[in-house]
Write a protein that binds this ligand. Structure first.
Ligand code: ADP
Length: 466
């Protein structure tokens, strides 16, 4: 449409020009003044175009944001140029009004949010933030703009979190301004290494969580003594069971078993509470891992003597672990006794320690029944059991793996679980090298470390059972 219009305008203009040039030539020729007539024509043409250009530049020089006047009337092709520019200007005005409207709406809605939203540029400087940021973090606009974000949130935990480039988990810190507040911080990367920081006030949730932890700790503490007393009396009664009527024998034995279970649950709950609330004092020391593992294996051999499992232990003698020996003992022995508990008679239980260039891995594998994949993500939840009846038969509390996860996390490590039904399970704790004293120790080759869960479990399940 537009193309047709332009072609027609050009044709019209060309016809007009040919007519003018022809008439001037004819006139000049008829009076014998062809050259001066042509010079006069060219001069007038240049002058006409200069006048049009002058009108256009004068109009363009106006402030079009405040003065929206129409362009001057143009002649010939110039009229089309003026109209075209005016049309483009109107289109641009409409587009920028639309964008302005969107930006205003985004700003209004972000101002209505209770959470703080901060944009940080690729040089880690504060670029933009919403209103809630001012009350939550005390930022002031425009004074704090372009200041490094770590200058304003000075918590070392935040600095460490911010410098990571992976933000799978949110960070919880106390508010830098008001210590009574607890904040949850989540960062998302966007654009060219820019970051969006979202901060939520979770003080209420935090208080409830503290109340829950206190409640569990208090209840467990209060229940501890009565249960120990009851179990003690039941133990004494069972020792002299022959004095009782035989009809009491079964109930007494069951009561004794259940009270022992309750005692174990209370002990585990107390341990979990202490780990969660951080009331457990950390006794950091460095100790030989092989010695600790040998103790665990010997204990497990004795406790599960009837099962007649075959334990194998592979660990470099020189590896020293830096951490709380009691806690690490508890975590690894939990995993080893789980492997022994859930693996049927004469199973194979393998404890493997490997040191790579990046981490230390403590791996406990068994060729037991395995765990269905759907249970794996929930295994470390409190009281989560794959099979409640099997667990209570084995005296499990459902708290063991929750304790293991806490201890491993407290030592900057990570617990991963892989399993295949019918083949076995593998529990792996990976610790950073800062937890290891490495003097004179060989590092495992990379491909040695990349053994897949399937091949690991295959090897275990191929092991002959007697
Ligand atoms: P529990 O005290 O019941 O053993 P845990 O938290 O230690 O509780 O373990 C949770 C559940 O995970 C157990 O109930 C059991 O079903 C499953 N589980 C743990 N370790 C193994 C294993 N080595 N083989 C098979 N299942 C296991």
């Amino acid at each position: 449409m537009q193309g047709n219009f332009i072609v027609q305008a050009w044709r019209k203009e060309l016809r007009k020009q040919v007519l003018i040039v022809g008439s001037v030539c004819l006139f000049g020729y008829s009076i014998g003044q062809l050259l001066p007539a042509l010079i006069l024509l060219i001069g007038s043409y240049v002058l006409f175009n200069l006048v049009q250009l002058h009108r256009l530049t004068k109009w363009l020089a106006k402030d079009h944001a405040s003065d929206r006047s129409a362009p001057p009337e143009g002649f010939g092709l110039w009229g089309g140029v003026f109209d075209g520019i005016y049309r483009l200007q109107k289109q641009e005005r409409r587009a920028s009004a639309y964008l302005e409207n969107i930006v205003n709406k985004a700003q209004e809605s972000s101002a209505a949010l209770e959470m703080a939203i901060i944009m940080v540029d690729r040089h880690n400087k504060l670029d933009w933030w919403n209103k809630a940021t001012e009350s939550l973090l005390g930022l002031r606009y425009p004074e704090d703009r372009l200041l490094p974000v770590t200058n304003l949130i000075r918590d070392p935990k935040f600095t460490e979190y911010f410098s990571r480039n992976v933000y799978d988990e949110p960070l919880h810190i106390n508010s830098p301004g008001d210590n009574g507040k607890r904040l949850e911080i989540q960062i998302a990367l966007f654009g060219e290494n820019e970051r969006l920081i979202i901060v939520r006030d979770i003080s209420q949730l935090h208080r409830l969580e503290l109340m829950r932890k206190d409640f569990v700790a208090n209840v467990s503490h209060e229940l501890g003594t009565p249960i120990t007393v009851i179990r003690g009396y039941l133990e004494a009664i069972i020792e002299n069971i022959s004095d009782l009527d035989s009809k009491w024998e079964k109930p007494m034995i069951q009561m004794h078993q259940q009270s022992s279970r309750m005692e174990n649950i209370v002990k585990d709950l107390l341990m979990l509470s202490a780990l969660e609330t951080g009331t457990l004092s950390r006794k950091q020391s460095s100790f030989a891992l092989i010695q600790l593992l040998s103790e665990i294996v010997n204990d497990a051999r004795q406790i599960f003597a009837q099962q007649d499992h075959r334990f194998s232990l592979s660990c470099d003698e020189n590896i020293e672990f830096v951490g709380d020996r009691g806690e690490i003992y508890s975590a690894i022995s939990n995993l080893v006794s789980n492997a022994a508990k859930y693996t049927p008679h004469q199973g194979k239980i393998e404890i493997l320690i490997r040191l790579s260039e990046d981490f230390l891995e403590v791996r406990i594998g068994d060729n037991g029944p395995g765990i269905e994949a759907k249970h794996l993500p929930r295994l470390t939840e409190r009281f989560y059991r794959v099979d409640a009846s099997r667990s209570s038969e084995t005296g499990g509390t459902g708290l063991g793996l929750a304790i293991v996860k806490h201890i491993v996390n407290r030592h900057d490590g990570e617990l991963t679980i892989s399993s295949e039904v019918g083949k076995g399970s593998r529990f792996s704790c990976r610790f950073p090298l800062s937890r290891v004293k490495t003097e004179g120790i060989g590092i495992a080759e990379a491909d040695e470390m990349t053994e897949t869960p399937a091949t690991f479990m295959d090897n275990l399940s191929k092991a002959p059972r007697h």
